[in-house]
Design a binder for this molecule. Structure first.
Ligand code: MV4
Length: 447
């Protein structure tokens, strides 16, 4: 087993990884920007190394500074968390060159799977259902028109190397196609440095459902159920739950099986997530995430496992600690992302936490790195805490979440708590009557 892990991240995910490592008897090294010198992840780690000033580009994203910290720390493994360098194959190669294990997929796999158009084409050839669209990226404007006519409108242009909705354009009629294509290309180039675009049929009212998988080096691949992440705002997830309240048992089993098959086809190792769109009847693969995600605790609480420990285990070359047959979803779980934001406009609202009471009690988990006096920095994302609750039914989990939101006290900054209190009491949430457009179109429009 590893002796010392460096955590190349900050905030609640750094704390989460430090806790898992400690329980495994592994020493921990935090890295931090000057802005974060008093943060919880620095306090909780056995050692801490400063990697630069506040701006992420000069610290948490700075390959050379982090490489130096890795070399100086004497660690034998690195956990990247999510965001920052977690999906950067060059960072994985740096770890390789330094002789330390990157906790995640290997560099070649990470790079190969970053091309979403390519991944879809490969899965399609192997019988995995994907959204109808182009096979790979579109090379020129004449094939664009040809493919668009074959698929039909409305359609969606997506950046092959993209994420977060950047470089995405809905096209409703042929007259808009070329202009939208050129605009998507420019946006993709500016955001990701590559302007490859692919086309999909636009699914107007999907649910966004993802399947957690984890694979070891012995060929064992298991799924840890699905997470319904339909409730988003500007491609930022707000609330996630498991199991998805809209899947019938037959479809759910087929979805899980499909996710595991896709992981096999792609030769995937370590923890990953297969994202699907569900249109009420069928599901379609859209992309794979090669990192641990923000919402991983939803699956952990549903199944009673520890995904970070399993990631560390399989990266160290051990077998997964459980088989598929041992995994049973035991609870309904809901997670709310509590952000320091103006709850009506969803603008970041940095400031200092002057007062804090964190809810507790049975079936409650709060992943956070804040305490009284913590400054929510404008330099990083505005998430203060993940509030995760479980119940024996969706209704019990919903009521427990409302109880916890009521208990939660965060003074000094505005938060998304009031938003969730309204959301969780609307009939559309209670009755599962929503799709990915819900927050943008209906919910905020009516308040
Ligand atoms: C889609 C889609 C509908 N049809 N693809 C958005 C981010 C990326 N992870 C996948 N996304 C979507 N892809 C097709 N073919 C709907 C979404 C989508 C979405 C779109 C608009 C506004 C909010 C959204 C939230 C989740 C997913």
């Amino acid at each position: 087993m590893f002796k010392k892990i460096l955590i190349a991240n900050r905030g609640e995910i750094a704390v989460r990884v430090i806790r898992a490592a400690k329980e495994l008897g592994i020493q921990t090294v935090a890295v931090y920007s000057t802005e974060d010198k008093d943060s919880m992840h620095v306090k909780l780690a056995d050692e801490a190394i400063c990697i630069g000033p506040a701006e992420a580009k000069k610290s948490y994203l700075h390959l050379f500074n982090i490489a130096q910290a890795i070399a100086n720390s004497g660690c034998d493994a690195v956990h990247p968390g999510y965001g920052f360098l977690s999906e950067n194959p060059n960072f994985v190669r740096i770890c390789d060159d330094l002789g330390v294990e990157f906790i995640g997929p290997d560099a070649e796999t990470m790079e190969r799977l970053a091309d979403k158009a390519k991944v879809k084409a490969i899965l399609d050839e192997n019988g995995i259902p994907t959204v109808p669209g182009s096979s790979g990226s579109i090379d020129d404007e004449s094939s664009l028109i040809e493919v668009a006519n074959r698929i039909g409108y409305p359609l969606l242009l997506k950046a092959s190397w993209g994420g977060g909705g950047k470089g995405m354009r809905v096209v409703r009629k042929e007259s808009e196609l070329i202009d939208s294509y050129r605009a998507a290309k420019l946006e993709a180039k500016a955001s990701f440095g590559r302007d490859d675009i692919y086309i999909e049929k636009f699914i107007e009212h999907p649910r966004h459902i993802e399947v957690q998988i984890i694979a070891d080096e012995f060929g064992n691949i298991v799924h840890i159920g699905e997470r319904d992440c339909t409730l988003q705002r500007r491609h930022q997830k707000l609330l996630e739950e498991s199991p998805s309240p809209v899947l019938k048992e037959y479809t759910r089993k087929k979805l899980h099986h499909t996710a595991v098959e896709a992981a096999k086809v792609l030769g995937y190792k370590n923890a990953g997530t297969m994202e699907f769109l569900f249109d009420g009847e069928d599901f379609y693969f859209i992309e794979i995430n090669t990192r641990i995600q923000v919402e991983h605790p939803v699956s952990e609480m549903c199944f009673g496992i520890d995904l970070i420990k399993e990631q560390i285990n399989v990266s160290a070359g051990y077998e997964l600690s459980f088989m598929q047959s041992a995994l049973k979803p035991e609870f309904h779980v809901i997670e709310c992302r509590i952000n320091a934001e103006d709850p009506d406009k969803f603008y970041p609202f940095p400031g200092t936490i002057e007062g804090l009471y964190i809810p507790g009690g049975p079936g409650v988990r709060v992943d956070t790195a804040v305490a009284c006096g913590t400054k929510i920095s404008p330099y990083y994302d505005s998430m203060i805490a993940k509030l995760i609750v479980r119940g024996n039914s969706r209704e019990e989990a919903r009521k427990r979440m409302l109880r916890c939101l009521d208990e939660f006290v965060i003074e000094g900054v505005k938060t998304t708590i009031p938003f969730f209190q309204r959301l969780l009491t609307t009939n559309d949430f209670i009755n599962n009557n929503y799709d990915t457009n819900f927050i943008d179109k209906k919910f905020l429009g009516s308040t």
